[in-house]
Design a binder for this molecule. Structure first.
Ligand code: NAP
Ligand code: MN
Length: 268
């Protein structure tokens, strides 16, 4: 087996990563950062997001495992002190995995040059305006749906539904649903301007097209990354064909994880 260890720069994470690497080598497993079969991230959910983008060309070959050195994460269910247990699981690995949906982002540019860009997001993509009100037309399956005015729009995956989406009142979506969700960031609603005003979830055979009224001064985010530069004519969002796989050495029930992260109990 070939394993990559992907760590954030924090002191605790670096220490765990060092112990992990030497433990892995001692058990006869190969460290391979270029062509790994398993990617172990050490840090937080943000670290796993970075690793996902780093290895996004290898999604059909790679399984991820997340160790958290801070609080419990949605993509990171191993504790830093469980390194030896994790190495045991790697040694006894039989390919067990669980996979989750991703967001496909197609960006069409207003300058008419070249092909549209494609990107994948693990959490979400947001479209916002640098300053002033963002105005955009929203189409579902090419049918006009609404004209949006407000701070922005967020399209999230089921596993991303607990991130930005949750902060703006989106629903938490079990990742067993192969679907994506659109939620509004502070929409303007009055007698003149009207949007749906609640999150909506589309199926895997549907798509959402957003056409910003201004082709410049918008910020298009793909997880924690900004899509740079050119004037955007429209963005098409759909459930991606690719999925992300995790090594399922053990399984935390999704709703248990939601409860642990957001509600919690002193006795738990
Ligand atoms: P960050 O500022 O550290 O992320 C904000 C928080 O979101 C962190 O506590 C992070 O956990 C957590 N998080 C990330 N993915 C999550 C998930 N799928 N479910 C639940 N919580 C999650 O920045 P970052 O670590 O680079 O993460 C980027 C993400 O931040 C974006 O994809 C977006 O979802 C989120 N974000 C949220 C807001 C908001 O809520 N207003 C605004 C901008 C961005 P860790 O501490 O474990 O990294
Ligand atoms: Mn973070």
């Amino acid at each position: 087996m070939r394993v990559a260890v992907f760590s954030n720069n924090g002191e605790a994470s670096q220490r765990v990563a060092l112990a992990l690497r030497s433990g892995i080598v001692a058990r006869g497993i190969t460290i391979d950062g270029l062509n790994p079969e398993v990617v172990i991230t050490v840090g937080g959910d943000g670290t796993l997001l970075s690793a996902f983008h780093h290895y996004s060309d290898l999604l059909d070959k790679v399984r991820f495992v997340g160790i958290h050195t801070g609080h419990l994460g949605f993509y990171t269910d191993w504790r830093d002190y469980e390194v030896n247990e994790l190495i045991d699981s790697l040694v006894h690995d039989n390919g067990q995995s669980v996979s989750y949906p991703l967001l496909d982002i197609q960006v069409n540019y207003a300058d008419g040059m070249g092909q549209p860009d494609h990107a994948l997001a693990l959490n979400e993509s947001t479209l916002k305006k640098v300053s002033g009100t963002m105005v955009a037309n929203v189409y579902i399956k090419d049918e006009f749906f609404e004209s949006f005015r407000g701070d922005g729009l967020c399209i999230s995956t089921p596993t991303g539904s607990t991130a930005y989406n949750k902060s703006i009142g989106g629903a938490i979506l079990n990742p067993q649903f192969n679907a994506i969700q659109m939620s509004e960031i502070s929409s303007i609603n009055n007698r003149v301007f009207r949007t749906l005003g609640s999150p909506l979830i589309i199926a895997s055979n549907e798509w959402i097209r957003i056409e910003p009224a201004n082709t410049v001064n918008n910020i298009l985010m793909c997880d924690q990354l900004m899509v740079e530069g050119r004037p955007v004519e429209s963005i098409i969002y759909r459930v991606a064909k690719q999925r992300i796989s995790f090594a399922a050495y053990r399984h935390t029930h999704f709703w248990k994880r939601v409860e642990d992260s957001f509600i919690g109990r002193d006795d738990a």
